[in-house]
Design a protein around this ligand. Structure first.
Ligand code: TRP
Ligand code: SF4
Length: 329
């Protein structure tokens, strides 16, 4: 059988360059008749249930980011998780047979509990996050799941749940999903750490060119290069990462001039910002156009909901029959 692709994005705000290079570029390559890209609003709620922000408004932003980045609704199915109730149904079914110990041992769970200290995440929903994610994947019988490194344990758990389901009910109905890791796993942010919303070090897809340039000017550089005469080490400099990504033609020159102290960091940053802005301009323009076409966005999601529901409902039916909750007649 041909590969089926499913991935999801939590709508916790606008997408940034790290999301674009780390995930969306990968999605774009994988889009074809058998690909599903989902806005995981239930997953956002697992950590945002206390904050009264509008998850629905964030869903709109993410869809527009998807479209502006080049996902084509004629080639893939774009839909919102809560629009397809089958996600909640299969998650509940899988929760019956998922051992608590598997969820408590999940490294992502432990990391997130420690990291998101301001939030009370001692909830049923948050512990069950990977069960819901497994349901997302199994509903479409996805074989390939493009994700970041941090999601690998969730995919492992998904395969364990599949094996347990098959073992318990004696019928193999789900493929074991495999992760597809991105080639640009770690996009640096302004402070040199991984670009992440929670670090406040992001460049967002909707930012205007002068704002991007202003942010780039604040980016950290090689810490060993305190004065203009000091020789630099481009490989440790986040600005150089942007030259590698967006200034391929001059990247060797940038590196050698940096190493020999023949270029200043201010000029180097301006050059990187110029190239980054060239890359971002078409995305920004498409974003604006989509922002003015809210009805069209609504139609795309309605169509996505229809296409996703057909597949997902059939799988829920099959799973409930296999378990013995429903009978065929
Ligand atoms: N947990 C994923 C993340 O935080 C988002 C997600 C939800 C997902 N459901 C999914 C990813 C299904 C892949 C497949 O990035
Ligand atoms: Fe980084 Fe460029 Fe400065 Fe070298 S010259 S340290 S690559 S900003």
């Amino acid at each position: 059988m041909a590969d089926r692709v499913l991935s999801g994005t939590r709508p916790t705000g606008k997408l940034h360059l790290g999301n674009l290079l780390g995930a969306l570029e990968n999605y774009k390559k994988l889009q074809g008749a058998e690909s599903f890209f989902m806005i995981a609003d239930w997953h956002a709620l697992t950590t945002e249930y206390e904050s009264h922000t509008s998850i629905a408004a964030n869903v709109q932003e993410v869809v527009i980011d998807y479209l502006a980045a080049g996902l084509d609704p004629a080639q893939c199915t774009i839909f919102v998780q809560s629009d397809v109730p089958a996600h909640a149904e299969l998650a509940l079914l899988l929760s019956m047979m998922t051992p608590l110990g598997w969820l408590e041992r999940n490294p992502t769970y432990k990391d997130q509990l420690a990291e998101l200290k301001g939030k009370d995440l001692n909830t049923h929903g948050f512990l069950g996050y990977p069960v819901l994610q497994t349901a997302d994947i199994l509903l479409y019988k996805a074989t390939k799941v493009p994700v970041g490194e941090d999601q690998v344990p969730h995919l492992e758990l998904a395969r364990e749940i599949v094996r347990r389901f098959h073992h318990l009910y004696g019928k193999e109905i789900f493929p074991e999903p495999q992760p597809i890791l991105t080639k640009a796993p770690r996009v640096p942010g302004l402070d040199g750490r991984k670009m992440s919303k929670s670090y406040g070090n992001c460049i967002y897809l909707d930012e205007k060119a002068p704002d991007v340039t202003a942010k780039m000017k604040t980016m950290v550089t090689d810490p060993a290069r305190k004065r203009r005469e000091d020789k630099g080490h481009p490989e440790v400099c986040p600005v150089y990462y942007f030259h590698q990504q967006f200034n391929a033609a001059s990247v060797e020159t940038v590196a050698s001039e940096c190493r020999e102290a023949k270029r200043g960091c201010v000029d180097c940053k301006l050059e990187a910002a110029g190239k980054l802005n060239e890359f971002m301009e078409p995305i920004r323009q498409k974003r604006e156009i989509w922002c003015g076409q809210k009805n069209k966005v609504r139609d795309i999601l309605a169509e996505g909901r229809k296409k996703a529901s057909v597949v997902a409902n059939a799988t829920v039916q099959e799973a409930l029959e296999t378990v013995g909750v429903r009978s065929r007649d």
